[in-house]
Design a protein around this ligand. Sequence first.
Ligand code: NAP
Length: 302
Amino acid sequence: MPAKLIKGTEIREEILEELTAETARIKKKYGVVPGLVTILVGENPASISYVTLKIQTAHRVGFKEVQDSQPVSISEEDLLGLIAKYNADDSINGILVQLPLPKHINEKKVLTAIDPDKDVDGFHPVNVGRLMIGGSEVKFLPCTPAGIQELIVRSGVETSGAEVVVVGRSNIVGKPIANMMLQKGKGANSTVTIVHTATKHLDVHCKRADILIVAAGVPGLVKPEWIKPGACVIDVGVNRVGEKTNEKTGKKVAILKGDVDFDKAKEIAGWITPVPGGVGPMTITMLMKNTLKSLKFKLGIS
Ligand code: NAP
């Protein structure tokens, strides 16, 4: 029987509706809404389109959204000054600096200047440490891994005691999702293996997985025969493999493929995410969830 499709586009809608309702409830009771600032340096077209999507989503759920666009020539000192200003601004609960930054600015310095309690991307070393400790220490989960966990949980996949194999050990996907899945608690409590380019017998590890999370950035890396029948397969990979013309707009658009051979894998897996439309839509959704969480921490409500 073909796998159940885990549709990120549908789960995103479900979560955004929940966030909209909760934001309205908080506004009614406390008279405040979550505030999110997006700082964009320069005019990189990809960054502009990501930021635009973040702004539209923030408006949709009822947040206060501040868009701060700075010229590519801004100095590191001025950018740090801007972050200090938003760190001190009580109406701002989340600060997002769109990457990449121009070469003359030290990204690490800028990202660590963000108040960890407003770090809704979840990349500040303080939040990485909190995630490692787990439990009530955790404030903000990084957005893509948090989205992956939501997809698994909302699809009804059992995680407790499950063998989870994560392909990839990046700081933004592989390491955090592996860490999250091994924590004691709901939606986790799994036995976790991380594999990477130095791993021997990648196939043997993948074949053991009840939940296989693939974040390598290599199209078709995971072969269908590496998938355990009935497994949950989360394909994080987004690979441009060509271009096609959109029939409606006549514009060229990228052809995207995941790290898993989807057409064959869906005949073996129990659940599978498509690319696009699986993990992708979840990242900005979880950014909104983190921003609302930040306000709730401040108000002392859960
Ligand atoms: P990354 O930083 O390039 O890390 C890739 C990881 O995969 C590395 O740990 C690498 O191992 C491992 N890897 C690469 N080739 C491998 C192979 N042949 N066998 C085993 N392991 C291999 O990538 P990333 O930032 O984590 O992103 C991974 C993919 O997810 C990309 O396609 C990216 O576009 C996508 N992504 C999607 C979203 C989203 O949908 N919202 C968000 C983030 C990323 P080594 O450490 O040994 O080099």
